[in-house]
Design a protein around this ligand. Structure first.
Ligand SMILES: Cc1ncc(C[n+]2csc(CCOP(=O)(O)OP(=O)(O)O)c2C)c(N)n1
Length: 635
């Protein structure tokens, strides 16, 4: 890796000749493929932005100039070029290199990202601040065509398009979101790319037209007379022009020399500029070019075949959900499913194949997904919005105002609730109970096993009004214990006990059972309750807690506004005051990346830490942790 090893910062890049930069691009691709094949991560998107990133750092002067990566999953090349290449061995692990831009990691990371469609808003904010402070640096937002399906991008364009401020937006169009991109804007971009009459840049249009035999000169005059009219036919990107941006493009984003030239020019232009480039997701690695969806985010894989090193997790909650949806869609013609650009991720692939007219990918538009579903519910359908917990944060008002206020029967299938692991802070699903449970009319459940996942979905479909079903990443527990039917606001007693009660939610039921086994070896006899419902809480179960000296709640959610706080309020309302109460939940801080097991352990939420803490709280042999460890090893 001769050239790449010599690049410690963008300054080294600036000294290179274009021919060497081209070679460097090849070395970067090799490095990405080799590294990500071992660490896992976002491969295809990064392979697609190699020339773009090299050209950006060659022409602009980061960190003075601000480069903002939308979503940020494509920022690996930027990290490699800004002094972080040697940290890639620890990509996405605890205390390692983040897979997303992070200001705390480097000054070159101008804005933290992880969720889509924020870059233009942030860049416009940076530009306005620069102007007010009479500074001179440049601001660049890099946004993919997938992220351009998110409404926030248009709010920013609408706002920035009227301003005179200098701002460069680079639209990296690879026709892919995670899956194939969807929607009318995507179609519009494709038309720009493929229409042969379209030409390189708007300012060449007059020359182009005047060269058309016979009519050229007359037509040119006519266009100058009716400026807006024919522009739509002949000038690419007129939609952006109408919105106040100077449009440049479409440009081949893999042609490095052309990219250098265009960026040099764009840097000198004043006002808002939109540079539209087209690239290939997965470029330079055959397997990724052929299956960009699969290589969007991957676990470790064999470079020669592209096959994963480890076998895929089986029976994840998403799989179980997806299978149940496909089955139920066959018998219930009113069932529809909505996804915000994550059809496969949430497990809806099977239903999309068997019932394509009833599965809707609305683009990266979670707010719209919810209100669109509210409309369908009003119209007599039974919508299930399947979305990751952290992305549902986008749709709080739509849930409250459009669904719950009208008490509509919309089901929220909240995937990746709890800890997600390697993606880190931006993706943790630790807040949904807090932002949903206070909304009137909302029912919230959490399955603790594969079996409960299906039966809770069936319950949600049969119930009326808004229902949220939250479940985690990873394989669903195969426990057979949950055989009693799901009834509104009724928990399940897993095992009777004395003195101590564990009230556990969703996947934490298995953890409570494991902690109980350890504590039994210490002579304690905790009861384990599978709460099933966050809301309404089981009032009989709450009354039953009166008989326990210690009550402990367990959840994969933050403590503030979480399940434990709801149980504590309910106990208080019932006049029950256990001697000891503790909510095992995540503390009031953002939870960084790591393995899921590691994160639970670090936060004292694995069975062993819980058992230890229970002993501490209840005052039983607080320091004899060795015995507890031995008890665990002994099974
Ligand atoms: C609000 C939000 N919803 C969903 C996602 C999940 N997600 C991550 S990347 C991505 C696709 C982005 O496509 P694009 O912007 O075109 O980038 P590309 O990977 O194609 O370069 C999606 C849907 C997200 N990060 N944020």
């Amino acid at each position: 890796m001769g050239l790449l090893d010599a690049v410690r910062s963008p300054e080294d890049l600036k000294k290179m000749r274009p021919a060497d930069m081209e070679k460097l691009c090849g070395e970067i691709r090799e490095f990405l493929i080799d590294t990500i094949s071992r660490t896992g991560g976002h491969l295809a998107s990064n392979l697609g932005v190699v020339e773009l990133t090299v050209a950006l750092h060659a022409i602009f002067n980061a960190p003075e100039d601000k480069i903002i990566w939308d979503v940020g999953h494509q920022s690996y090349v930027h990290k490699i070029l800004t002094g972080r290449k040697d940290l890639f061995g620890n990509l996405r692990v605890s205390n390692g290199l983040s897979g997303f831009p992070k200001g705390s990691e480097s000054d070159y990371d101008a804005f933290n990202t992880g969720h889509a469609s924020t870059s233009i808003s942030a860049a416009y904010g940076y530009s306005v601040a620069r102007d007010l402070r009479k500074q001179k640096h440049k601001v660049v937002a890099v946004i993919g065509d997938g992220s351009m399906t998110g409404g926030l991008a248009y709010e920013a364009i609408n706002n920035a398009g009227r301003a005179k401020t200098d701002l460069l937006v680079i639209l990296n169009d690879n026709q892919m979101s995670i899956s194939e991109n969807v929607g009318a804007i995507s179609r519009y971009l494709n038309e720009i790319r493929t229409e042969p009459a379209y030409i390189y840049a708007k300012e060449d249009v007059s020359n182009f037209i005047s060269r058309i035999p016979l009519i050229g000169v007359g037509l040119k005059n006519f266009i100058e007379w009716t400026k807006g009219g024919l522009k739509h036919m002949l000038v690419p990107g007129s939609m952006f022009e109408e919105l106040g941006f100077n449009y440049i493009g479409p440009i081949d984003g893999h042609n490095l020399r052309q990219m250098l030239g265009v960026l040099r020019k764009a840097k000198q232009m004043s006002g808002p500029v939109l540079l539209h480039i087209y690239t290939r997701k997965g470029r330079g690695y055959e397997q990724a070019e052929e299956a960009p969806k699969h290589f969007h985010g991957v676990d470790s894989f064999h470079v020669d075949t592209g096959e994963p090193v480890m076998t895929k997790l089986r029976d994840t909650y998403s799989d179980v959900f997806g299978k149940a949806m496909a089955r139920l869609a066959g018998s219930d013609q009113s069932l529809v499913a909505v996804s915000a650009a994550m059809t496969d991720g949430v497990g809806l692939g099977e239903m999309a194949a068997s019932h394509p007219d009833r599965v809707f990918d609305v683009g990266i538009a979670e707010g719209h997904a919810v209100t669109f579903s509210a409309g369908m519910a009003k119209g007599g359908m039974k919508p299930v919005v399947a979305v990751y917990s952290s992305f549902l944060q986008r749709a709080y008002d739509q849930i409250l105002h459009d669904v719950c206020l009208q008490n509509l029967h919309v089901i929220f299938a909240i995937d990746r609730a709890g800890v997600v692991g390697a993606d880190g802070e931006t993706h943790q699903g630790l807040y949904d109970i807090a932002f949903l449970s206070h909304i009137p009319n909302m029912t919230i459940l959490a399955p603790s096993s594969k079996r409960e996942m299906s039966s809770m979905l069936e319950f949600a479909l049969a119930h009326d009004g808004p229902v949220a079903l939250r479940y985690p990443k990873g394989s669903a527990s195969v426990s057979q214990r949950n055989d009693r039917p799901i009834r509104l606001g009724v928990s399940e007693l897993v095992s009777r006990g004395n003195g101590i009660a564990f009230v556990a939610l969703g996947p934490m039921v298995d953890v409570a059972i494991e902690a109980t086994q350890m504590l039994r070896k210490r002579g304690l006899d905790p009861a384990v309750i599978n709460a099933r419902f966050v809301k309404p809480l089981d009032s009989e179960m709450i009354s039953g807690l009166e008989g326990f000296q210690s009550v402990f709640t367990l959840e994969d959610h933050c403590a503030i506004g979480g399940f434990g706080s709801l149980v504590l309020c309910a106990l208080d309302a019932a006049g029950i005051k256990p001697k000891y109460f503790h909510a095992f939940a995540f503390p009031d801080k953002f939870v960084p990346q790591g393995s899921r097991d590691g994160i639970f352990k670090e936060n004292g939420l694995d069975a062993q830490s819980i058992a230890k803490k229970v002993l501490e709280i209840t005052g039983i042999a607080p320091n004899k942790t060795k015995e507890l460890e031995a008890a665990q090893e002994g099974g």
